[in-house]
Design a binder for this molecule. Structure first.
Ligand code: KG4
Ligand code: ZN
Length: 333
């Protein structure tokens, strides 16, 4: 069974081809970072228009890479949300057009489920059940994952997501979009402890979190600084920020492992690409004799492979009748 996955929820057009017997055959990605950088963030209308330009061409690229024909595709998976409405609509429209032309089912995938399942494209891959921490630009959530499709939300951010805090901190430090990688690189030059920032809700007796206060602490530090443009100060502040995020997520992970008694842990979403966070969370889990899994580095941020993988998992969980009903609902026949 061959599934074509299409991701277009934000500023990356990702397309991939996955096989039930051979795994991920090919994936291709076009990032719009350079286009949005001049505006300091994603411009939704520009994002949608660029997805239109890229999606079909990328589908042809993956077919060629995998040495397959369009007619080999058995199903199409598209991101149905959450994300930018116009951007999502482009991916869904392209996916439905391909599905209709080939007379194959089209499956809508939740973007965060895609991030979660990207960890199963790693080697070794996590087996169900596991505890998951999803950290992206829009979400910061702890989930109990019993099986494919059986997810229980244990706690989440009450305001900003961790990635959003990275992006806003980058803006305050005059760093380019996207903020995560830029703040991390600057933080590596900073001295730990030189700037201490607040760690909101770190001791709250649940798995909820808050990151908007942290952004305010960064703003206050920048405003109060005598020389806010001093390189050492900026690096120390970035370091203080990354340490605060890492500390909150580490303490919450310890709490989550204790509460669930689970020791198999998956961390996924764009912020899981952060080296410092990976190291700290790996340490937390290993000390508790658990195992931690991350998606392969290039599949932490948005990509088509995670949508293809989630689409394949969904198909494998459906009966032949359900698959046929899905095909009929997306065709005119
Ligand atoms: O998962 P993702 O690609 O898109 C969403 O679903 O939101 O995550 C994007 C977020 C952005 O906020 C970006 O700044 C952050 O992930 N990010 C990072 C790193 N790479 C991306 N944050 C920290 N360190 C990184 N290396
Ligand atoms: Zn994402």
């Amino acid at each position: 069974m061959l599934v074509l996955g299409i991701e277009s929820s934000c500023d990356e057009t990702g397309v991939a081809l996955i096989s039930d017997t051979e795994g991920l055959l090919a994936d291709a990605l076009h990032t719009q970072i350079d286009m949005h950088r001049a505006y300091g963030g994603v411009v939704p209308e520009l994002a949608s228009r660029d997805h239109i330009r890229r999606a079909v061409a990328l589908a042809d690229v993956v077919l060629e890479k995998a040495d397959r024909k369009r007619s080999d595709i058995d199903a199409v998976a598209v991101t149905e949300g959450p994300g930018l409405a116009g951007a999502l609509l482009v991916g869904a429209s392209v996916g439905h057009a391909i599905g209709w032309a080939l007379d194959v089912p089209v499956i809508g995938i939740n973007h965060m489920e895609g991030h979660l399942l990207a960890a199963r494209l790693a080697d070794p891959k996590p087996e169900f059940p596991f505890l998951a921490l999803l950290v992206s630009g829009g979400h910061t959530q702890f989930m109990k994952v019993e099986a494919f499709g059986k997810y229980e939300l244990l706690g989440e951010t009450l305001d900003d997501a961790a990635g959003e805090a990275f992006d806003k901190t980058a803006q305050l430090l005059g760093l380019p979009y996207p903020g995560g990688p830029a703040v991390s690189a600057l933080a590596e030059k900073g001295t730990p402890g030189a700037v201490e920032l607040s760690r909101p809700m770190i001791h709250s007796p649940n798995l909820d979190m808050s990151f908007s206060g942290l952004k305010t602490s960064v703003l206050t530090a920048v405003t109060k600084a005598e020389a806010p443009n001093d390189e050492t100060f900026r690096a120390d502040l970035a370091r203080g920020f990354v340490d605060a995020v890492t500390d909150v997520l580490s303490q919450k992970l310890i709490r989550a492992m204790r509460m669930t008694k689970m020791t198999e842990v998956v961390v996924a979403g764009g912020v899981s690409a952060n080296k410092q966070l990976r190291a700290a969370l790996t340490d937390v889990v290993r000390r508790r004799r658990g195992r931690i899994y991350f998606p392969p580095m290039r599949l932490c941020t948005d990509n088509g492979a995670m949508i293809a993988a989630a689409g394949l998992a969904r198909l494998q969980s459906m009966t032949p009748e359900e698959i046929e009903a899905c095909r009929r609902s997306t065709s005119f026949g």
